[in-house]
Design a protein around this ligand. Structure first.
Ligand code: NDP
Ligand code: 2IT
Length: 444
């Protein structure tokens, strides 16, 4: 058996029920084949791939907190510190009832290569809990966050591991977590990113993932003789990434016709009304069913079906495995020319393959959504020098980073004789830096 298949088999054997982790490892290792085959002897001797797929450490802990009725609730908390070859561990915290070890490990593994692609010195990590912030009072969210940080603080720090937001973890949660860290440690340090602007946050971090997704998409379209202006765009999700993708796509002249949440989706043929969307999601924290009350001509559909809408560009921005083979077929049949992943691994392996084989441009999440973590790294820089940069300065840096990511993955794909295969290009470009750093630092 070849080295890559051996490692994939080992991962499945050692981590039997971690399906999302298997999926991420398969996608990455398969696309590293040209590099691995050219260096097989050296990599085998160093057990490089075995070390890459085994986290540095995995922390799992109990998170007890008291709800508004006085009952004690117990959640499971996670922090997987995957790899710090090129910088301190960095990655978000996901708060969602579906969270388990396999999901946190797939996200942490992807984060290693994503963070490498940004060109900034950050390693890969992820964490979270099976806590559902939906429907909880502010006091309950505070109680959870305090308890979560009371354990997590032991393992993190501005130079060791810097968590941030992800699904279910926004500005409110980061604030509560930061307050508790400061209380326990007694230090004022950049231990989290996505902080509020009054206590060390960076301008543009809120918008960064969505804006970055659009900057990279525009760069990819440009390389193929297109642009966003005048295009019809389908977005899924209605959270942090989706909202700012909708905003920037509209600013560049596209018409975004859909958004969704886990219950259903909106089709607004005149273009999603950004102010309405922000009011519902960011201010009132309500469901998307409210949207049609403000926009009676829009249509709400319960359940799935968003990818059957005719669009030129599809931007999945909700969660993993939300765009499957039948969705890819529907997009292709409707003349879609590009898919760029705002979420992490929203497109499964079969759907990705189908899109690529049918000539649809495909930008993988670890490149397309890297603007969030890249701006987090810019927040870390500002915290270190105790200064804050202007919106324009951070936005300009973000744009440059996204353009570089596109060109680096494009060049890597070309160099390995797979022009236009950005999955292969992103994985190889991200891996080369990490593997070189790992080998330079000996065996650990
Ligand atoms: P939010 O919590 O702000 O929004 C998540 C959105 O996705 C909501 O609309 C939510 O709907 C929907 N969603 C979540 N889970 C599911 C599910 N199981 N099925 C259907 N819909 C679902 O999260 P973000 O916008 O921050 O994150 C979205 C994606 O982007 C995730 O994959 C995340 O990992 C990725 N990402 C985020 C970054 C960031 O900076 N925030 C950076 C890079 C990637 P509902 O309200 O009904 O749950
Ligand atoms: O998936 C991701 O890249 C994030 N959730 C952002 C992580 C970060 O550290 O800003």
């Amino acid at each position: 058996m070849d080295y890559i298949n051996e490692v994939i088999e080992m991962v499945i054997r050692k981590n039997p029920s971690e399906y999302e982790f298997h999926q991420a490892v398969k996608e990455v290792l398969e696309s590293l084949r040209p590099v691995v085959e050219a260096n097989e002897e050296k990599y085998r001797r160093e057990a490089l791939l075995e070390r890459l797929v085994e986290p540095d450490r995995q922390i799992i802990f109990r998170v007890p907190w008291v709800d508004d009725t006085g009952r004690v609730q117990v959640n499971t908390g996670y922090r997987v510190q995957f790899n710090n070859a090129i910088g301190p561990y960095k990655g978000g915290l996901r708060l969602h009832p579906s969270v388990n070890k396999g999901i946190i490990k797939f996200l942490g593994f992807e984060q290693i290569l994503k963070n490498s692609l940004t060109g900034l010195p950050i390693g890969g990590a992820k964490g979270g809990a099976d806590f559902d912030p939906k429907g909880k009072s502010d006091r309950e969210v505070l109680a959870f966050c305090k308890s979560f940080m009371t354990e997590l603080y032991k393992y993190i720090g501005a130079d060791t591991d810097v968590p941030a937001g992800d699904i279910g973890t926004g500005a409110r949660e980061i604030g509560y977590l930061y307050g508790q860290y400061k209380k326990i440690r007694g230090t004022y340090e950049g231990v989290l990113t996505g902080k509020g602007l009054t206590y060390g946050g960076s301008l543009v971090r809120t918008e960064a993932t969505g804006f970055g997704l659009i900057y990279l998409t525009e760069e990819m379209l440009k390389a193929h003789g297109h642009s966003l202006a005048g295009k019809t765009v389908a977005v899924s999700g209605a959270g942090n990434v989706a909202i700012y993708a909708v905003q920037k796509a509209a600013e560049l002249g596209a018409r975004v016709v859909t958004v969704s949440d886990s219950n259903g989706w909106i089709y607004d043929k005149d273009g999603i009304d950004l102010e309405v969307l922000k009011e519902i999601k960011e201010v009132r924290r309500e469901r998307l069913t409210e949207y049609v009350k403000f926009r009676p001509d829009a249509k709400y559909t319960q359940g799935k079906g968003l990818w059957t809408v005719k669009c030129d560009i599809a931007l999945p921005c909700a969660t993993q495995n939300e765009l499957l083979l039948e969705d890819a077929k529907a997009l292709a049949a409707n003349g879609c020319i590009a898919v760029a992943e705002g979420a992490n691994m929203p497109t499964d392996l079969e759907a990705t393959k189908y899109l690529q084989e049918n000539g649809i441009l495909f930008a993988p999440g670890k490149a397309a959504n890297a603007g969030g973590v890249a701006t987090s790294a810019l927040e870390m820089s500002q915290n270190s020098e105790r200064l804050s940069w202007s919106f324009e300065e951070v936005d300009e840096k973000l744009k440059r980073i996204m353009k570089n990511i596109f060109h680096n993955m494009s060049e890597a794909a070309k160099e390995y004789h797979a022009e236009g295969n950005y999955v292969l290009g992103a994985n190889i470009a991200g891996f080369l830096k990490v593997s070189e750093a790992m080998m330079a630092q000996g065996i650990w």
